[in-house]
Design a protein. Structure first.
Length: 235
């Protein structure tokens, strides 16, 4: 983990996508002075399950997984995060320890807004608190849907849905080029709720069907509409 000069909140290209868009220019300037910023390489832990939250984490850039270890030691990826997302707000509101670990999937820059700054805005900025409630509700609904699909959808449909999740989370809007992302088969399996071996076998099937191509750990989606039909077959 490398310390460096924190990005400026006022110039952050993603701040309009998170809770800070509810703050005034003066409030954003104050947050920028109070926060710290860290760089993480792929595989490094940003915060760990069971630890107390230090504040609100804002993803300046990079890809992050929110994961939980089961009793058997296997990892289950619950959510993904990208530039502009905020993390750790559930634990701050409920005053509990982290229920998930945040781990970098790529090189990341993450800013940390201290607890006291977060609660100051929560108590004094009605727009901020309303946006936080909406975010909590949205996250709960999305997590419930994902868990339901993991429990009831066949593996083939889950793989199609997971590939589309990667596309929608990390793809560039309006980009006509096929979406490509490097991801380990272990992480892909943890997103699908299945084993690395099953994931690898299903990817091979999709490749033969012309739905995607692979090169090392990189996966290129070539037929997103066909994946959508597979993913929603039993909806």
């Amino acid at each position: 983990m490398i310390r460096f000069a924190a990005p400026n909140c006022q110039n952050c290209p993603s701040y309009h996508r998170n809770l800070l868009h509810c703050c005034s220019h003066a409030e954003i300037a104050s947050v920028s002075e109070e926060k710290t910023s860290e760089h993480y390489d792929a595989g490094q832990v940003i915060f760990r399950e069971g630890n107390r939250s230090a504040g609100l984490y804002c993803v300046h850039e990079g890809k992050i997984k929110l994961a939980k270890l089961g009793g058997d030691g296997k990892e289950q990826i619950i959510r993904l995060a990208r530039s502009g997302d905020v993390l750790g707000y559930q634990e701050l509101v409920s005053d509990t320890s982290h229920s998930l670990s945040a781990i970098a999937l790529s090189s990341c820059t993450v800013c940390l807004i201290p607890r006291q700054v977060f609660f100051h805005h929560l108590h004094t900025n009605l727009q901020f608190s309303n946006a936080l409630m909406q975010l909590l509700a949205y996250t709960l609904v999305q997590t419930e849907v994902r868990m339901l699909h993991l429990a009831y959808k066949p593996v083939r449909e889950r793989l199609a849905e997971t590939l589309l999740l990667l596309l929608h989370t990390y793809g560039t809007e309006g980009d006509s080029a096929p979406f490509t992302m490097a991801i380990t088969r272990e992480d892909l399996g943890a997103l699908m709720g299945t084993t690395k071996e099953t994931t690898t076998r299903m990817l091979s099937d999709f490749k033969q069907e012309g739905l995607l191509t692979t090169k090392g750990s990189a996966i290129t989606i070539t037929a997103p509409q066909q994946l959508l039909k597979i993913a929603t077959q039993f909806d």
